[in-house]
Design a protein around this ligand. Structure first.
Ligand code: ADP
Ligand code: ZN
Length: 611
C-alpha cells in the first residue's frame, strides 16, 4: 500500500495536510525527522502511517499516560493493531500487551519513557524488530523548554540497547530554535529532515478582553457558546476552585482539574469532559497536554499565562477538528505580578547550577514581557504571535479582537520623541527609572522623588506631557517597548535606550500607534462553531447516535467520529457504502462497524423530510 492508500483506507481522509506526506516519505526512506507542527496540525498521522508500512513495530514515546488508552482505542477503531505500556495499567494488562508483542500482533506501541527501562521491556524490544521510534512531545527532553521531564533522557539509553538503531522521529508543537537544537542534540538525530509547518491556525479567533469583572465576562462567553465544550484556564488551584463553584452557582455545569486533586477525581473529571457529559472544564495548566478532544469550541484564559508558548499551546486545544473556535484571554494588570511572583519562586529544576538557573529566570522574565505585550497591544494579535514564533505574516488577519475593533492610527511621533528624550536626559544624570516613574515625570506629577532630584527646576523634560492621562502615557511607553524602541532591564525593570532609540532620536521618523476610536464597547464577538450549511437537526440526530454508541462501547464520542466527520455526513447525506466512505474521517473499518447505523439515521431523516 502507498501512504495515500493507508490514509484513505484506515483514516478515511482523502488528502494529506501540509507537510504530512513529505514527513512520511522521509521516514520511509530511513531518515530521522523532526516535526514542529502546531497542535491540531496532524502530527500523529506522520508517525502512524510509517508505523503501518515499515516492518516490525513502531514505538511511540509519550508522557501522556492518562491518554494512551484513548489514543490506542482511536487506532483500534480504525482497524490498526495498537497497544500501550505504562505505569497506570494493571499487571495483567501489562502482561497481555507484552505477550501480544511477542506474538507479533502489535504494530504501534505507545510507551511512557519510564517504562523503557524495565528489564522485561528491554528483552522484548531486543527480540522483536523495532523499526521506528517516534518521540512525541519531544520538547520534554530540553531543559530550556516548558515541560522538561528527566525521564525523557532515558530514551537514549534505551536506543543504545537495541541491536540495530531504529529510525528516530521527534515531534512537538512548541519549539523555539534553542529547544529544537536541544532535541536534535539530545536525541542524537542523524542529519534529520526538519519540517516546520506554519504556526497559524486559521480557524481560531484570538481575542483579548480587559473586563472590569472577569467572572461576568466568562459567564457571557460560556453562554454564547451554548452546547459547546470549552476549557477555562486559571492561574492557581484556588482560583480553579472558586471559579468552578461560582459557575455552579450560576447554574453552569463545570468540572475542575488541578494537581491538588486525587488521581481518581482528576480522571473522573477528565472523562466527564472528554465524553461530553460536562461541557466546561476549569483547570490549571496541569490539564490538557495531549488532550486530543477535537470538538473544543472555546478556550478562555482567566489569567494571562507566563509566556506565549504556553498560551498558544493551551489556546490551541480549541478547534482541533478544524471547526471555528474562540480563544479568549481575560487580561488584568495584576496577572503580570502574579506571574512575576511565580517565576521568582520557581526552583523546580534542582539539577541546574545557580548560573543556569539565573539564566532561565531572565529568559522567563523576557518571555513574560512578550506575553504582556501581546495582551495589551492594539494591532493584530495573530501577527504578533506568529512573529514571535519566527514566522512572517501580514499585519492584519481580520480574525482577532484587534483587527475586529474600531481602531484608528494615531501619529505618536512627537510623544515618542518626548519620552525618549526624557529618558535620555535622565540617563545623562545617571538616573534609571521604570515605566511608572518615567510617566510621572513626563506628566509633571510632583512626588517626593521629583522634589529630591529638583526635577521641576533642573529637568527640561519634566511635565512635557502634562495633557496626557497616566494611562495614555504608559500605553505609549509600552508600545515603544513592544516595538523595541526601548528596552527594559535590571531587577527594577528600568527603561533603557537601545540602538533603535538612538536611531529614532537621530532620524525622527514618523511613528503610528493604534488607539481605540470610541469608548463604546466592542461589538459582541462570536464565531459559530457549526458552519451555516449544516442541517442542525440532522447533526443533532447523528450526535445522538454517536453518543449511544460511545456509551455502549465506553469510549469518548470523538473516537467514534469527530464533529467534523458528522458535519461532513450532514453535507453528503450518504445512504450507500461508497458514499459513506467518501465522508472525511471514515475508513474501511469504521464503515463496517458503524456505517449501517448512521446511514439508517440518515435514511429515516430523509424519509421523514419527504413525508
Ligand atoms: P496534533 O497531534 O498535531 O495536535 P492530531 O494528529 O491529533 O494533531 O490531528 C488533529 C486532528 O486532525 C485529528 O482529528 C486528525 O484525525 C485530523 N487529521 C490529521 N490529518 C488529517 C488529514 N490529512 N485530513 C483530515 N484530517 C486530518
Ligand atoms: Zn488580527
Amino acid at each position: 500500500m502507498t501512504p495515500q492508500e493507508v490514509l484513505q483506507r484506515y483514516f478515511g481522509y482523502d488528502h494529506f495536510r501540509k507537510g504530512q506526506e513529505e514527513m512520511i516519505s522521509h521516514i520511509l526512506a530511513g531518515q530521522d525527522v523532526i516535526g514542529i507542527m502546531p497542535t491540531g496540525a496532524g502530527k500523529s498521522i506522520c508517525y502512524q502511517i510509517p508505523a503501518l508500512l515499515l516492518p516490525g513495530i513502531t514505538i511511540v514515546i509519550s508522557p501522556l499516560i492518562s491518554l494512551m488508552k484513548d489514543q490506542v482505542e482511536a487506532l483500534r477503531q480504525n482497524g490498526i493493531a495498537a497497544a500501550c505500556l505504562n505505569s497506570i495499567m494493571s499487571e495483567e494488562e501489562r502482561r497481555e500487551t507484552l505477550s501480544a508483542l511477542y506474538r507479533g500482533s502489535v504494530k504501534i506501541l505507545y510507551a511512557a519513557p519510564e517504562r523503557l527501562e524495565t528489564q522485561s521491556f528491554y528483552r522484548i524490544s531486543r527480540e522483536i524488530g523495532v523499526s521506528f521510534v517516534a518521540v512525541d512531545e519531544a520538547h520534554c527532553v530540553s531543559q530550556w523548554g516548558q515541560d522538561f521531564r528527566p525521564s525523557y533522557l532515558k530514551i537514549m539509553q534505551f536506543l543504545e540497547q537495541l541491536p540495530q538503531r531504529p529510525i528516530i522521529g521527534a515531534f512537538t508543537a512548541t519549539a523555539t530554535k534553542e529547544v529544537a537544537d536541544d532535541i536534535v542534540r539530545i536525541l542524537q538525530l542523524q542529519t534529520p529532515f526538519m519540517l516546520t509547518t506554519g504556526f497559524d491556525r486559521e480557524n481560531l479567533y484570538f481575542g483579548v478582553m480587559q473586563p472590569r469583572d472577569k467572572f461576568r465576562a466568562l459567564v457571557d462567553i460560556i453562554r454564547s457558546h451554548e452546547g459547546e465544550s470549552g476549557i477555562v484556564y486559571c492561574i492557581s488551584r484556588k482560583l480553579v476552585e472558586n471559579v468552578t463553584n461560582d459557575l455552579h452557582e450560576h447554574g453552569i455545569d463545570a468540572v475542575r482539574y488541578h494537581a491538588g486533586l486525587s488521581g481518581e477525581e482528576r480522571q473522573a473529571n477528565q472523562d466527564a469532559f472528554l465524553y461530553d457529559r460536562v461541557l466546561v472544564m476549569v483547570a490549571t495548566n496541569a490539564f490538557g497536554m495531549g488532550i486530543d478532544k477535537s470538538n473544543v469550541g472555546f478556550v478562555v484564559h482567566y489569567n494571562m499565562p507566563k509566556n506565549l508558548e504556553s498560551y498558544y499551546q493551551e489556546a490551541g486545544r480549541a478547534g482541533r477538528d478544524g471547526s471555528k473556535a474562540d480563544c479568549i484571554l481575560l487580561y488584568n494588570g495584576a496577572d503580570v505580578q502574579l506571574n512575576q511572583f511565580m517565576i521568582s519562586k520557581d526552583n523546580a529544576n534542582d539539577q541546574l547550577s545557580e548560573a543556569d538557573r539565573e539564566r532561565i529566570r531572565q529568559q522567563d522574565e523576557e518571555r513574560l514581557k512578550r506575553m504582556t505585550f501581546y495582551s495589551t497591544r492594539r494591532s493584530c494579535l495573530r501577527h504578533y504571535m506568529l512573529q514571535y514564533f519566527g514566522e512572517k505574516s501580514p499585519d492584519y488577519c481580520g480574525n482577532c479582537s484587534c483587527c475586529k475593533t474600531n481602531y484608528e492610527q494615531k501619529d505618536i511621533s512627537t510623544e515618542a520623541l518626548k519620552i525618549l528624550s526624557c529618558i535620555y536626559r535622565l540617563h545623562q544624570r545617571d538616573l534609571h527609572f521604570g515605566i511608572r516613574v518615567v510617566s510621572d515625570i513626563l506628566r509633571g506629577k510632583e512626588t517626593e522623588r521629583t522634589e529630591k532630584f529638583h526635577f521641576p527646576d533642573t529637568l527640561s523634560t519634566f511635565g512635557i506631557m502634562k495633557d496626557m492621562t497616566e494611562r495614555q502615557c504608559q500605553e505609549i511607553i509600552r508600545f515603544l517597548l513592544s516595538e523595541d524602541y526601548l528596552t527594559q532591564g535590571g531587577e527594577y525593570h528600568v527603561l533603557m535606550l537601545n540602538r533603535k532609540s538612538a536611531m529614532f532620536l537621530k532620524d525622527r521618523p514618523a511613528l503610528f500607534m493604534n488607539t481605540e476610536k470610541s469608548a463604546e464597547p466592542r461589538p459582541e464577538h462570536r464565531q459559530s462553531a457549526v458552519p451555516a450549511d449544516i442541517d442542525q437537526s440532522l447533526f443533532a440526530l447523528l450526535k445522538d447516535m454517536r453518543r449511544q454508541i460511545a456509551e455502549r462501547e465506553r469510549v469518548p464520542a470523538y473516537i467514534i467520529f469527530t464533529d467534523h466527520t458528522l458535519q461532513d455526513m450532514c453535507r453528503k447525506q450518504p445512504v450507500s457504502d461508497m458514499a459513506f466512505l467518501s465522508v472525511s474521517g471514515v475508513g474501511q473499518v469504521k464503515l463496517e462497524k458503524y456505517g449501517s447505523r448512521f446511514m439508517s439515521v440518515i435514511r429515516e431523516y430523509l424519509n421523514n423530510k419527504q413525508a
